[in-house]
Design a protein around this ligand. Structure first.
Ligand code: TYM
Length: 326
């Protein structure tokens, strides 16, 4: 067992985009080497907004394939599907009983989702307690995520502390980890909105599996400042494009700024499209070569491995809380 545990998850609720890649997946790769890592496909979270059954199945497999194509190694990490490990739903329920409604009502993602979701389902409200269960079941030390998940992790920390204080130490208090430049990628068509799987305008989102032609097209129409040259408002849409560039090329945003000083936005965008395509190309090549049957075998192995840790934590929780055991 390595000393530090890492857990993260992605919802199979739409097509993954470069925000998911730069904010989350790129970090997963960095940490799998020296952590006990668990990478989950959180299908129970996906159904907090209505999903078509066929789409859910397809997208669940797609996320697993993207994990593998990106370079997650099933020899080093446990890759699994949330609904394959019933302990997640069970601990999620238990944590609901330790979480005041007011704390859930304050969650920004819930408020945003309610504004969009018709109907807003009870599962959406209880989303963060299930997420806390995901993290706490593995006694996770570190959770690599994008900036939008910070509030949820903060909540998981308070729930864990509350439980430990009331019933005795079971949970580890998890820490979020963020990428410097990629932790909040905005839509490239509507820069005031976060790039999101559910974005209505497809021009705003660069998909991880988009073709080079699609990527060039979308970046060409990306919103910039009105000047022709690379002379940008720090509060405008250009810093977001710089962050995408920095993440894709693996350099600091300040280097990108220096590199394009005095150049036109057209030149910058051409270059941005090429670095983005180049960053995604190896992943896309590997994705195309993956055989679904091999991926299912890996997920099956995850279904056997993850409960070895999760069930142990759950049993301790239930024992401390006074559930009668045979
Ligand atoms: P999800 O599926 O919305 O997003 C997956 C990961 O991608 C990050 N992300 C972004 N990063 C930068 N810029 C963006 N525009 C952007 N959009 C998304 C997210 O922060 C996330 O890290 N609730 C989680 C899934 C989850 C989870 C967990 C994560 C469930 N249980 C336990 C960590 C630990 C979610 O909706 O992610």
């Amino acid at each position: 067992m390595k000393s530090q545990v890492l857990f993260s998850g992605i919802k199979p609720s739409g097509s993954l985009h470069i925000g998911n890649y730069l904010g989350a997946i790129k970090q997963f790769l960095k940490f799998q080497e020296n952590h006990d890592a668990f990478f989950c496909i959180v299908d129970l979270h996906a159904i907090t907004v209505p999903q078509e059954p066929e789409d859910l199945r397809k997208k669940t497999l797609e996320v697993a394939k993207i994990y593998l194509a990106a370079g997650l190694d099933p020899q080093k990490s446990t890759i699994f599907i949330q609904s394959h490990v019933p302990a997640h739903a069970e601990l999620g329920w238990i944590l609901n009983t330790l979480t005041p409604m007011g704390e859930l009502q304050r969650m920004t993602q819930y408020k945003d989702a309610v504004a969009k979701a018709k109907p807003a389902l009870a599962g959406l409200f209880n989303y963060p307690t299930l997420m806390a269960a995901d993290i706490l079941l593995y006694r996770t030390n570190k959770v690599p995520v994008g900036n939008d998940q910070l509030q949820h992790i903060e909540l998981a920390r308070s729930i864990a502390e509350r439980f430990n204080n009331k019933y005795g130490e079971v949970f580890v208090i998890p820490e979020p980890i963020l990428q410097k430049e990629g932790s909040r990628i905005m839509s490239i068509a509507h820069p005031d909105q976060k790039m999101s799987k559910s974005e209505d305008d497809p021009r705003g989102t660069i998909g991880i599996l988009d073709s080079p032609a699609e990527i060039r097209e979308k970046i060409k129409s990306a919103v910039t400042d009105s000047a022709k040259n690379f002379d940008f408002d720090p509060k405008g849409p250009v810093p977001n494009l710089i962050n995408i560039y920095a993440g894709a090329a693996d350099i600091a945003a300040s280097e990108v700024e220096i590199q394009f000083k005095g150049k036109t936005y057209a030149e910058f965008k051409d270059s941005l499209a090429e670095v983005t395509i180049k960053a995604l190309e190896p992943l896309q090549d590997r994705y195309r070569k993956l055989d679904d049957r091999d991926v299912l075998k890996i997920l099956h192995n995850g279904k056997e491995q993850a409960p070895l840790v999760a069930n142990k934590t759950l049993a301790e929780v239930k024992e401390k809380m006074g559930f009668l055991t045979p």
